[in-house]
Write a protein that binds this ligand. Structure first.
Ligand code: SF4
Length: 324
């Protein structure tokens, strides 16, 4: 049986809204609102949704880069929020992040060699003598040249900088990675190269990955399963092939209608969502998607749909479907 590496259970992350002279808490931005899923060994799971739906906050909270409000995150069966600082530091090399903006996430005053090797020394995972060899091996595995080791981040293109970011995360030999929109800041022609590199390294090293993207076409070919997020909640989750063949939630259908088909003779009817994404500080009642849904009924305005399995491990939160 495949081992579950990450198990997220009813995770919530609320940010307080403070106002007035005494900075009293007057409400909460519900960035992550009762999210549950798991990621298995060797699996790449996609998390998609519009900007501001809570994908990045979910990824960061899973890595404990920020505190949770409620729920739990189990890494290899143990709740990481139960770890003290020392124990958290011990497992930190095993849980890494690849950031969206490769430029701002790299220290401009450090050479590539120092950036990639810093965490190895910091966690005492190699000696100074071994360092150069380890860094060299990692940056060449990521498609950079050995002489790049002496250069600074500003001397590289966006794609090369993302390769540095990948090398920095993978040199620690992590078992779980959150890749937060790793290609969205790159030109389309470079995106495929970086995605191929990530997939190749994942095959070689066998880590699990949560791949965050706002673009379904990016996650389609690399993720085994995909979760669709709307306003802090997962509204649909299924195997990648199943989700593309048989999308259930009206939001997923709208997102899919925007994915181009690589055949000029075929056309997909685009579903245009009405209005903007509502504020997570004041989400709509009932189904949070009802303000934009073409299929909404009276019931959707008042009753929160249950997130349930419709069969074939295809989960959806919508009143149009019943569970098995
Ligand atoms: Fe639309 Fe209602 Fe389903 Fe929500 S529960 S997605 S509003 S049909």
């Amino acid at each position: 049986m495949t081992e579950v590496v990450i198990k997220v259970e009813h995770l919530k992350k609320y940010f307080p809204i403070k106002s007035g002279f005494f900075r009293k808490v007057t409400g909460f931005v519900k960035s992550v609102d009762d999210v549950s899923f798991d990621i298995k060994e060797n699996e790449i799971m996609g998390l998609v949704g519009e900007s501001g739906c809570g994908k990045t906050t979910t990824g960061r909270t899973i890595l404990r880069l920020m505190d949770k409000t409620a729920g739990s995150v189990l890494y290899k069966g143990k709740d990481i929020f139960g770890y003290n600082k020392n124990n958290m530091r011990k497992i930190r090399p095993e849980m890494q992040m690849i950031f969206q903006d490769p430029y701002s996430s790299l220290n401009p005053r450090m050479t590539v060699g120092d950036i990639v090797g810093e965490a190895l020394l910091d966690h005492k995972l190699c000696t100074k003598r071994e360092l150069n060899e380890r860094v060299m091996a990692m940056i060449t595995a990521c498609g950079l040249a050995p002489y790049h080791i002496e250069r600074f981040p500003h001397e590289f293109s966006g794609g090369q900088r993302q390769r540095i970011g990948i090398a920095r995360a993978l040199i620690l030999n992590p078992r779980f990675i959150v890749a937060d929109e790793p290609v969205s800041a790159l030109d389309v022609s470079i995106q495929a190269q970086i995605i191929n590199l990530l997939v190749e390294l994942q095959h070689k090293k066998g880590f699990s990955c949560l791949f965050i993207s706002h673009d379904l076409s990016v996650v389609q070919h690399i993720c085994q399963r995909i979760g669709v997020m709307y306003l802090g909640s997962i509204v649909e989750l299924a195997e990648s092939e199943e989700l593309f063949k048989n999308p259930l939630h009206p939001y997923t259908k709208a997102l899919l209608s925007a994915v181009p088909i690589p055949d000029p003779t075929l056309k997909r009817k685009r579903i245009i969502l009405k209005g903007d994404i509502p504020s997570p500080a004041n989400p709509p009642s009932g189904c949070k998607f009802h303000t934009r849904c073409n299929c909404a009924t009276e019931r959707c305005l008042h009753e929160v749909p249950i997130y349930r399995n419709t069969g074939n491990n295809h989960f959806v939160a919508c009143h149009l479907y019943v569970g098995v």
